[in-house]
Design a protein around this ligand. Structure first.
Ligand SMILES: Cc1ncc(C[n+]2csc(CCOP(=O)(O)OP(=O)(O)O)c2C)c(N)n1
Ligand SMILES: [Mg+2]
Length: 358
């Protein structure tokens, strides 16, 4: 994977232009009026048709997240937006949603292509819009909540119910079809993931861990659970570190750690790290699809070796039983305003501390 990543990431990185943060627009714009050079879309496992479909699905899920967080009325923006159609009190945050949607959609591809038995656990806080959106697009949300119909009225109700008294919470909860992890208090996603994998030999538990969440004590300790996973009788855990650099608006320690140090850290913990990052969706789709394919092959081959070859049968494996996919944009002190596909526009740390999460 490392070679593939370098090979297909190189052109793309060289061709990236720099961005500056426009305070008035509250977004990143190209620096010095330069337009972004068109980077070649890398080759990867996704056919053009599949890439297009997945990208559309991702954009639709992103829209549904924005609607849940911000919209009170006018759910399909069929008329020009008025101030009174925006929710007076916002809860949930956008920064975690695009990355989690991306991962969800890519895991669905893995499930379909390999007929794999995979469940998804969402750790980062206020990621509820993402789970609601993806299950709504699948149809499972409406199956469980028939009042949330697949039309404009259903969308309006879904948006209004989000994070409102008597509605649904801003994090994953029992209302989400097939959920087994209640969000809210950060720190327990990974231990729940390992718990689900023990004695469940065919299961792969994909667990998205926030880089802020990973600073909590329970999460920090949970990485050690890989030492108790037996490749013969247990399933596998695929932790996916959502390294968007921030915990809402506060900087994270790992967001300011070099790739080399992160690699050493997770290797030492018994994982085999893969890195996926970028700010061009088409490129990131290919990189992530490749990384997940590689993780899947690695997991199955470790299990095959242990189950058929007899290696590691009764040992607690101290090597790669889980994988880590670090995903998202990284804050870079030399290029302060980096927009990333999987998180918010990354702000300068000097401006970033004001609205730390309640
Ligand atoms: C134990 C705990 N502390 C603080 C919070 C408040 N909180 C909710 S979301 C969040 C930031 C989470 O950041 P991260 O895990 O990086 O997820 P991201 O949104 O960046 O994907 C915080 C601090 C919480 N929910 N639980
Ligand atoms: Mg984060």
């Amino acid at each position: 994977m490392a070679n593939t990543e370098l090979a297909i990431g190189a052109d793309y990185k060289e061709n990236r232009s720099s961005f500056i943060f426009d305070v008035n627009l509250s977004t990143a714009i190209a620096a010095d009026g330069k337009t972004e050079a068109q980077a070649p879309v890398p080759k990867g496992p996704l056919s053009p048709d599949m890439l297009d479909k997945m990208n559309r699905y991702w954009r639709a899920a992103n829209y549904l997240c924005i609607g849940q967080i911000y919209l009170f009325e006018n759910p399909l923006l069929r008329e020009p937006l008025k101030a009174e159609q925006i929710k007076p009190r916002l809860l949930g945050h956008w920064g975690t949603s695009p990355g989690q949607n991306l991962i969800y959609i890519h895991l669905n591809r893995l499930i379909k292509e390999h007929d794999a038995d995979i469940i998804y656990i969402s750790g980062p806080g206020h990621g509820g819009p993402s789970l609601n959106a993806c299950s709504y697009l699948e149809g499972t949300y409406t199956e469980v909540h028939p009042e949330i119909t697949t039309d404009e009225d259903g969308l309006r109700l879904m948006f209004r119910k989000f994070s409102t008294p008597g509605g649904v919470p801003s994090h994953c909860g029992p209302h989400v079809p097939n959920s087994m992890h209640e969000g809210g208090e950060l720190g327990y996603s990974l231990v729940h993931a390992f718990g689900a994998a023990f004695d469940n030999p065919n299961l792969i538990v994909a667990c998205v861990v926030g880089d802020g969440e990973s600073e909590t004590c329970p999460l920090e300790g949970s990485w050690k659970s890989v030492n108790f996973l037996n490749p013969v009788r247990d399933g596998a855990v695929l932790p996916i570190l959502h390294l968007n650099g921030y915990k809402i608006s506060g900087p994270t320690a790992q967001g300011r750690t070099s790739d080399a140090d992160l690699k050493a850290l997770y290797t030492g913990r018994g994982y085999k790290p893969f890195f996926v990052e970028g700010d061009d969706p088409e490129v990131v789709h290919q990189l992530l699809a490749q990384a997940l394919d590689d993780c899947y092959v690695d997991i199955r081959s470790i299990q095959h070796e242990a189950r058929v070859g007899g290696h590691l049968a009764d040992d607690y494996p101290a090597h790669a039983q889980g994988m880590d996919v670090s995903e998202g944009g990284r804050w870079n002190p030399d290029r302060r305003n980096v927009s990333c596909s999987s998180g918010p526009t990354c702000h300068s740390p000097r401006k970033s501390r004001a609205s730390q999460n309640p």
